[in-house]
Design a protein around this ligand. Structure first.
Ligand SMILES: [Zn+2]
Length: 398
């Protein structure tokens, strides 16, 4: 009947724990205990043929009576149930290792990609990513990383939601003005995907706590809005060997790169010193088109997923520039600074010997809401004479 007719809705009325041990391919999971509520989604057409099955054929019989009462006109119960089906050698399948029946559905579009599959999805669910800043970059990234099933998402932010944030910080909502951003982010993430554990770090990332905050994470998303924080984060991440996906935005422009410790340059290789504040105004001064941090934040999420899944090529050693007005991407090659006080071979050896090299501190400078300076420092190499400066001082999403 299933082969002959394309319109048969096959419904598994067993409980999720039973389904996890095996089920008939193509069957919808609507457990008996949720039948009245969930059957509509599985079988919206009450005139279409519905075949119900359970383990032995009894629960499906009662479920069938219930569906008839609900107005379904062509309902059948499979006698003998899944046990009889299996014993006749008919096709059945098991959920992928580690994934529940519900997760199989939720992540089905990932499972269809050979490069991800159930092993990759299980890997994502076991991964830990920390977002430094739940702002313009962190918001879109958080939504998609949560939807993708990254199992643990840390959120570092000490701000509260303000009205001027909502033009681009899409993880927050109008009814949460004045609430802590970490709590707002947690609510949105868990509403989207209850598989995700949100770790709230309601504090400013500084030299004293950076090592503690980033410990145990597999990747870091830099959505910070001060140079001081970027240097502190960079130094701690290189020492801990954790990759950082960095982005900054300014009006219609964005920059993106991935710092993989010792494989490519670090933030200090790129920007040995912060620019003067007047050259790097923040979004609160310069403004930003709301979609620009959205686009850059999603590109950051893409980099993170590749890092977690170990596939594709990251932006390590490459700086991607985005011009929203022209819809143009430009790429610059970057290289490690052999004299970098943080990621050079000498710096690494000194750190491992317990005597880390001194690094320039910009902590005394006035707090700048800026982003990347106009021109990256000595290290970048520009192939083919591509302009380094995207026309202004990239700043941060603030
Ligand atoms: Zn470096």
């Amino acid at each position: 009947m299933l082969r002959r007719r394309g319109d048969v809705v096959l419904v598994d009325v067993r409980e999720p724990a039973e389904r996890d041990l095996g089920y008939i391919p193509g069957s919808a999971a609507v457990s008996r205990s949720h039948l009245e509520w969930d059957i509509e989604a599985a079988a919206p057409d009450r005139a279409a043929p519905v075949v119900l099955y359970c383990a032995g054929g009894f629960r499906s019989l009662f479920a069938g009576q219930e569906l008839t009462r609900l107005g379904y006109t062509d309902v059948a119960s499979m006698s003998g149930g899944f046990t009889a089906w299996k014993s006749q050698g008919l096709e059945w399948t098991k959920p992928a290792a580690g994934l529940s029946a519900e997760q199989q559905l939720r992540y089905s579009r990932h499972l269809l990609i050979p490069e991800v599959g159930s092993a990759g999805q299980a890997r994502l669910l076991g991964s830990r990513v920390v977002l430094v800043g739940a702002g313009g970059l962190g918001s879109p990234a958080a939504l998609y990383l949560a939807a993708a099933g990254v199992g643990t998402i840390g959120v570092v932010d000490f701000d509260v939601v303000e009205l001027s944030n909502l033009q681009r910080q899409v993880i927050h909502t109008s009814d949460r003005l004045g609430q802590k951003k970490v709590e707002s982010a947690r609510r949105t993430i868990n509403a989207l995907n209850p598989d995700v554990t949100v770790v709230a770090h309601e504090e400013m990332l500084v030299a004293d706590n950076a090592d503690r905050i980033i410990a145990g994470y597999d990747a870091i998303l830099d959505g910070t809005d001060t140079f001081e924080t970027r240097y502190v984060l960079n130094d701690a991440a290189v020492a801990a060997g954790i990759p950082v996906v960095h982005a900054s935005v300014f009006r219609f422009e964005g920059q993106l790169t991935t710092f993989v410790p010792y494989e490519g340059p670090c933030y200090r290789c790129l920007y040995p010193a912060p620019p003067p504040p007047e050259l790097a105004p923040g979004c609160s001064v310069a403004g930003v088109l709301g979609v620009v941090p959205g686009i850059m934040g999603l590109l950051q999420a893409n980099e993170i997923l590749k890092l977690l899944l170990g596939m594709g090529n990251t932006l390590a050693g490459r700086l991607l520039l985005f011009d929203a007005l022209e819809t143009e991407f430009t790429e610059l090659r970057l290289r490690r600074d052999p004299a970098c006080p943080v990621c050079s071979d000498a710096a690494r050896a000194a750190r491992e010997a317990g005597t880390p090299l001194a690094v320039p501190s910009f902590g005394g400078a006035p707090v700048m809401l800026g982003g990347a300076p106009v021109t990256p420092g000595g290290a970048p190499v520009t192939p083919g004479g591509a302009p380094v400066t995207p026309g202004g001082a990239p700043a941060s999403p603030g």
